[in-house]
Write a protein that binds this ligand. Structure first.
Ligand code: NOJ
Length: 739
């Protein structure tokens, strides 16, 4: 065994030395212009994901002034562009990147929905499939995972992330990196991951996209940075800077962030790319006067590659000539970029990802669609089921009503990149395919707000006629399934909302349908938590389906008919109203905890403190009973372990999944700590009548936090452990950590 290990080390040492020799010698042969070219990333015109594009990007490839392209895919197209790079003097291959966020062609649920599956192996699998398809389609690099912790659902980009919890965010960050990169980047079915947006983008003020962030170091270290760090630890090959500032300095020009923290403290070895034109944006940020200063600040801070801003391309040479920056800094950045290309095997064969036969074989193969359906099923969260109205009888006459009932484009959600919406399954199609007797009526427009309609490219329609058709359909049915919520363009980048309710046009429709007296199931399509007080008070059954991806319609049908028992649990709090935001489960107690009978305590006059649906919440068609939470001891030594057990029984009429959640509270500490923090979960499957003892092992390592002196330690004292089906309905036991 030892011999094999020594041999492997030797081989990897030799390979590393070979790589180093190759890259160093290549860089020695490069002119300054050629080096700068390697740091220039430009969008192709196949897809444009930012405010502007550069028309003559092909010229730049041919002249060696551009080393990487994004928004270009397919074996044919990338081959055509790669051919251009092969005409340059040193034939350095291009690197192709793209936002493969929740699948490439087979689209999975939006990441926020996927996180609600609490199924880490499945999340790794979807990243693996995304990488299989993207790499077969000419891509080398995805701009994912996005692991920005967010507590403000007004921000449209919560759709792209995993929600509000740091610990869960860490787990998901690692499995995603593993899924994309595998353990061998030189395999043709793996791609570079890019952890983003570094850092703190999820904490923008008021949920308004691209806005200011202001945060204490403690808050960063404790709650916002760990998921990025987990991605780095998992080996993420690249990182993308955030648009926002971090402690007064834009992330893209922040030496502390990119060099001190990312490289030195965390040991990040990959390359750093900016977000779209974010070097240029340091001018309006008010941190530099012009692009010349911006380029200097970014390079010195630790940015290797300039996405779309052409600032490095136009300024670096001058900065070197005027001795503002040493060539060595450029060489280091070029080295890191070339190293990524080397690891992918592009110097051996620049066309190794341009295989049309592989693309045809791999993309959207039945197994991928199968996983997409499973993921979508597991992402669906049942919020309410009075009656119970659900599951529906196969023989029921269903009226499907609402603008999202047959909306193919919306099913794949935002950031669905190369996804072909024409291949996605709508709810109407899903119900029909399952043999359900269904009548469909649109009923209303997604919104009748003229301004928003313009932004979403919607046409006006005859709302009265639509409403009448819908009411006729409802009256003729046994049950009504309402398909309401947001259209895909209402969340994602540059899609912040100040009102996160169901738009008025749809609400009017829902109210009218409710008056028919028919049982109603509200099926929501949404890229963020919504405010649903009225709906919760009046509608008997509510399902959150997010944007479920290519197979959305089948998956929702499976849940409606009880072929799949819903098991999703929210990873982001649903507030009662917008005034409660920011709202999140791992809050602190304050010096005046809420007391309904005492005016001078922390609360509102007009709304409760607690959310409508808490973090971790989600129902099932069956019921689970939790036995008492027990501890193996009530003290824990610094080097010891403690076992918490709870027996969960499926007491209802269906087999199903349950996600048993474990929370921790540090009662008194040198800095104030949240009332609860997720520290573990177990997703189990129980047949009806079945029970299982669920175990969690706790050591002092699980109790660590950043103390008064910013050391990551566990402090002796009283702790509480809480277990339950969500963050609200928990039982609690105490123990003491001994010095
Ligand atoms: C801007 C977005 O913020 C980022 O997430 C994305 O990767 C880039 N555009 C490239 O499309």
């Amino acid at each position: 065994m030892k011999c094999i290990l020594a041999l492997l080390l030797l081989i990897s040492g030799v390979a590393y030395a070979q790589q180093q020799r190759f890259l160093t010698s290549l860089i020695q042969r490069m002119t300054l212009d050629e080096k700068i070219g390697q740091l220039n990333l430009l969008t192709s015109d196949m897809d444009v994901t930012g405010p502007f594009m550069k028309e003559n990007y092909k010229q730049d490839i041919l002249s060696g002034a551009c080393g990487a392209i994004f928004n270009a895919y397919t074996p044919q197209y990338t081959r055509m562009l790669q051919d251009m790079a092969m005409k340059t003097r040193l034939k350095v291959p291009l690197l192709f990147g793209y936002d493969v966020i929740h699948g490439h062609k087979t689209i999975f649920p939006i990441p926020l929905g996927e996180a609600c599956t609490w199924d880490l192996p499945l999340m790794e699998k979807t990243a693996r499939i995304a990488a299989e398809e993207a790499s077969a389609d000419g891509l080398h690099w995805t701009y994912s995972p996005m692991v920005d912790i967010a507590r403000d659902p007004r921000w449209g980009r919560v759709a792209e992330g995993v929600g509000e919890d740091t610990w869960l965010g860490e787990q998901i960050a690692s499995v995603k990196v593993r899924g994309y990169q595998g353990n061998d980047l030189s395999a043709t079915n793996t791609i570079l991951a890019c952890v983003k947006h570094f850092a703190l983008y999820g904490a923008i003020e008021a949920g308004r996209d691209y806005n200011t962030v202001d945060m204490s170091r403690r808050q960063m270290y404790q709650f916002y940075l760990p998921p990025y760090k987990a991605a780095v630890k998992a080996g993420a090959a690249t990182a993308m800077t955030a648009f926002n500032e971090v402690d007064g300095i834009p992330a893209t020009g922040n030496h502390w962030l990119l060099t001190e923290l990312l490289r030195k403290e965390w040991g990040f070895k990959g390359f750093v790319v900016t977000d779209y034109t974010s070097i240029n944006e340091m001018i309006p940020h008010g941190i530099v006067k012009n692009e010349y200063e911006a380029a200097e600040l970014a390079l010195k801070a630790g940015v290797d590659m300039d996405m779309q801003g052409s600032v490095y391309a136009t300024q670096l040479k001058k900065l070197v000539a005027e001795k503002k920056i040493p060539v060595k800094l450029i060489d280091d950045a070029v080295y890191r970029v070339l190293e990524a290309k080397y690891k992918l095997g592009l110097f051996q064969d620049p066309y190794r990802y341009c295989d049309t036969l592989r693309a045809a074989r791999v993309i959207m193969q039945p197994e991928h669609l199968h996983v997409a359906r499973e993921t979508a099923q597991k992402s669906i969260v049942l919020l309410k089921n009075e009656g119970p109205v659900l599951p529906l009888k196969q023989s029921a006459k269903v009226a499907l009503i609402g603008p999202l009932g047959d909306a193919q484009r919306d099913m794949i959600g935002n950031w669905s990149a190369a996804g072909d919406y024409k291949k996605s399954v709508t709810l109407l199609q899903g119900l029909k395919a399952a043999g359900v007797a269904v009548t469909y009526a649109q009923g209303a427009q997604v919104t009748s707000d003229a301004q928003l309609m313009g932004k979403l490219g919607l046409q006006t329609g005859d709302e009265d006629a639509m409403l009448k058709e819908a009411l006729d359909a409802a009256r003729g049915a046994d049950v009504v399934v309402m398909a309401l919520g947001e259209s895909q363009g209402m969340s994602g980048e540059a899609a912040s909302r100040s009102d996160i309710g169901i738009p008025a046009s749809q609400k009017r429709l829902l109210e009218a349908v409710m008056q028919t007296g028919k049982p109603v199931v509200l099926t929501l399509f949404n890229g963020r938590p919504l405010t649903l007080e009225w709906e919760n008070a009046h509608v008997p059954a509510i399902l959150v389906t997010w944007f479920g991806g290519t197979q959305a319609g089948h998956a929702i049908t499976d849940v409606l008919l009880g072929k799949f028992n819903p098991s999703g649990k929210l990873t982001m709090t649903f507030p009662r109203n917008v005034g409660q935001i920011p709202i999140y489960y791992n809050r602190k107690n304050t010096g005046r905890p809420m007391d309904a009978n005492n005016k001078y305590t922390s609360k509102y006059l007009d709304v409760a403190n607690d959310p409508l649906f808490p973090f971790g919440y989600g129902l099932s068609y069956t019921t689970f009973e939790y036995g008492p939470l027990q501890l193996s001891a009530n003290t824990l030594a610094m080097n010891g372990a403690l076992r918490a057990t709870v027996t969960v029984t499926n007491t209802g009429g269906y087999d199903g999944y349950e996600t048993v959640q474990l929370y921790l509270r540090d009662v008194t500490a040198s800095v104030n700590r949240p009332l609860q923090e997720l520290r573990g979960f177990k997703k189990i499957f129980l047949k009806k009548g079945e029970k299982q003892e669920v175990r969690f092992d706790i050591t002092a390592a699980d109790l660590r936090f950043y103390d008064r002196n910013m050391r990551y330690v566990a402090e002796p004292g009283e702790f509480r452990l809480q277990a339950g089906p969500n963050s609200r309905d928990v039982q609690e036991v105490k123990f003491e950590l001994k010095p």
